[in-house]
Ligand binder design. Sequence first.
Ligand code: SF4
Length: 413
Amino acid sequence: MLGPNLTAAPRRKTRQIRVGSVLVGGDAPVSVQSMTTTKTADVDGTLQQIYALAGAGADIVRCTCNHQDAAEGLARIVPRSPVPIVADIHNNHRMALAALDAGVHGLRLNPGNIRNPNHIKAVATAARERGVSIRIGVNAGSLDADLYARFGGATPEAMVASAQQELAYFEEVGFSDVKISVKASYVPLMIEAYRMLAEVTDHPLHVGVTEAGPGMPGLLKGTAGIATLLAEGIGDTIRYSLTADPVEEARAGRTLLEALGLRERKNVDLIACPSCGRAEIDVIGVATAAMSAFGEREIPLQVAVMGCVVNGPGEARDADLGIAAGRRKGHLFIKGRNVAVIPEEEMVDALVHYAERIMAEGAAAVLAGADLEGARRAAEEDRAALLDEKGADANASEQSVELIRRHLGETSS
Ligand code: SF4
């Protein structure tokens, strides 16, 4: 339970949309977003960062989709991501269509970059058909040139007009699963633009100060803009845009929401992979059992339940503690290092036992007392055996990649 909300005005009423498993708007908790800094084509590197972001508090992660190889990367990332993935689209609407082929949960379009109405409507139609939501991401620095001229600059009115123009294109093709942002790096400008936007639409709002910069000034600019609006009841999902490791963005977002009494965390933060073609256990069942075993215990550790030892320990290496399924057994790891092999039916009890030991003795002491080499070897053996059994493409990601290649090949010829 959150405590009494003494800081914020009543939340503005908005319609609710969905980004994969995360609801945005309506009575859904305010969510935290961040963006990867890796090349999206680097699947393993990007997944590691996504897991780190999820661990730091991100509910939704955005990845750039600027080239075909990035779209193909998304086809391989989406089935293994623990949180919904939004593709950030730049100038080329075909990358939005390719991202949809890759199975992303959301798109972000900048109306200042994709300006051809037919292209905008083609993307909205394809998103509608797949049940994928879109963020209209207006940015003061890349405002539509015509609107810039008409309003005499990137004014709050011009930014709101840009969002409304894009929304009108979407409505022409019957698409309304939309959230909107009107970001600027100048805090008073973004605050005013969001206030105006909140008056004219009931779409959920994604709030942020763009290009806030590095270090404390960036953090303070982001906080000044986002917290001011949240305290007025405006904002359904937030992102800090810091010139820093994106884990800092996710952490800042989460901390701000906790500070304002909008989100709470004091118990185990249980993360679980979404399960995919590689899963060796019923991830949902084990994660749910672990969740109820930890119950209300005040153990502020991040605990990961991962469906396979092929990718699990690497993807969740930032978790304090985790378990990854091998062949009828669990490989328990602390901070990405294998420490024990556990019979499948004892996995949940082992998680609770090791979490309590970490709280009592510290992770370093538990690691020092473990047979690290034996546990590593056992995990390696299972990993090799599973790769033999299921091959390198257990998720059939290559079918999505073929689809992307066929569609991009067709439209470019
Ligand atoms: Fe990742 Fe393995 Fe879970 Fe699939 S089953 S999402 S590869 S940890």
